[in-house]
Design a binder for this molecule. Structure first.
Ligand SMILES: [Zn+2]
Length: 356
């Protein structure tokens, strides 16, 4: 058995666990949906590795009972955080981690929390369909229009300097700079040096992090024009788990997922896109529809991707829109032979065999 769906009675029996904190994709607030913004935790030996910090991940982490119970202890066992890409729905609650970690963790941190994310894009993305614009957008923050994780985090902390100084001077909190270490994920060699022409070059997964519990590799996926956009693979003693990040159909996601025990994959309901911009919508735009589909994977496409990668289980998450009914997402099992789940917030899986 390569994985087990967990409930309260067996949740503690597995050394390696996957927890879906939030399963909604996209910045919109979805009417009638209670899915939280995208965030996933891989836990090994009660150490936690978080992928993406969508809106509401913090309260969900608390509800998941993953951290130690007790005042100011919740985040103590968070070892590392991995950001797939710099779309707001994946990083909007990074400040929560930076500022609230003092008050809900860091009381006994084994070592600083390591935060990894995409580096500077290097050049601005093209303007989509400029011929349809009455006015072309002016570049925001032209001195640094495409920052990477390290720069973004440093600027966020600067923005909160008053709170940070107050907590250190008035509450004797440790220096916040000692609580985190930030890393821009460096692409190997010249890989990805033409982000507008070739955002997903042919490449092999490369290592970004390793400790006694996990080895984490990354690969570029196709979420154009956002770049870099990564999928991450976690190798543990109990099996391997891949988080797709946001991606359209591409060879690199098949490559990094090959024979994984679990693939957590994004999905978009193209019928919803059709109601917004399809031929019978108030504002038909075939070009924009194609653009959306290139950056995401439809219900019809995700099963064959998982099949091509021979993954043992497929879990849909980052669902767009968040209010498409579960029965509809179930159709994504078509074309795939393995175990299939439609992700729900706080759903949890054990990987490998239970602890002895
Ligand atoms: Zn995205």
């Amino acid at each position: 058995m390569s994985h087990t769906l967990l409930n309260e009675s067996n949740a503690d029996q597995y050394r390696t666990r996957v927890t879906l904190l939030g399963t909604a994709g996209g910045p919109p607030w979805w009417d009638g949906s209670d899915r939280t913004g995208i965030s996933t935790v891989i836990s090994v030996n009660d150490d936690h590795y978080i992928v993406d910090l969508g809106e509401g991940w913090g309260p969900q982490f608390r509800k998941s009972n993953l951290g130690p119970v007790g005042f100011q202890k919740g985040l103590d066992n968070v070892r590392a955080v991995f950001v797939t890409h710099h779309h707001s729905d994946h990083i909007v609650d990074l400040p929560n981690l930076l500022l609230l970690a003092w008050h809900n963790g860091s009381d006994g941190l084994k070592s600083p929390i390591q935060i990894y994310g995409p580096g500077n894009r290097g050049e601005l993305p093209p303007i989509f369909a400029p011929e349809n614009r009455e006015q072309l957008p002016e570049v925001f923050n032209p001195d640094s229009p495409t920052p990477g994780l390290t720069e973004s985090a440093a600027k966020l902390m600067e923005a909160y300097a008053l709170d940070i100084n107050d907590r250190m001077r008035d509450n004797a909190k440790q220096d916040l700079r000692d609580v985190f270490e930030f890393h821009d994920i460096e692409l190997p060699g010249t890989t990805g040096d033409r982000p507008n022409e070739d955002p997903t070059p042919e490449m092999e997964p490369f290592e970004v992090y390793r400790d006694e519990n996990v080895r984490v590799t990354a690969i570029l996926v196709d979420h154009r024009p956002i770049f870099p956009a990564f999928a991450f693979r976690f190798e543990t003693a109990d099996g391997s788990v891949v988080v797709s990040g946001d991606t359209g159909v591409c060879e690199n996601i098949v490559k990094i997922s090959a024979d994984a025990d679990m693939l957590l994959h994004e999905c978009i309901d193209m019928d919803w896109v059709d109601t917004l911009m399809g031929p019978n919508s108030p504002k038909p735009d075939a070009n924009l529809m194609q653009h959306m589909l290139a950056a995401h994977t439809s219900i019809e496409q995700v099963g064959p991707q998982a099949q091509a990668a021979r993954v043992k289980s497929l879990v849909l998450t980052h669902l767009v829109p968040g209010n498409t009914p579960a029965e509809k997402w179930q159709q994504a099992a078509a074309g795939y032979d393995g175990d299939f789940y439609v992700g729900e917030d706080l759903m949890q899986f054990g990987i490998g065999a239970p602890r002895g």
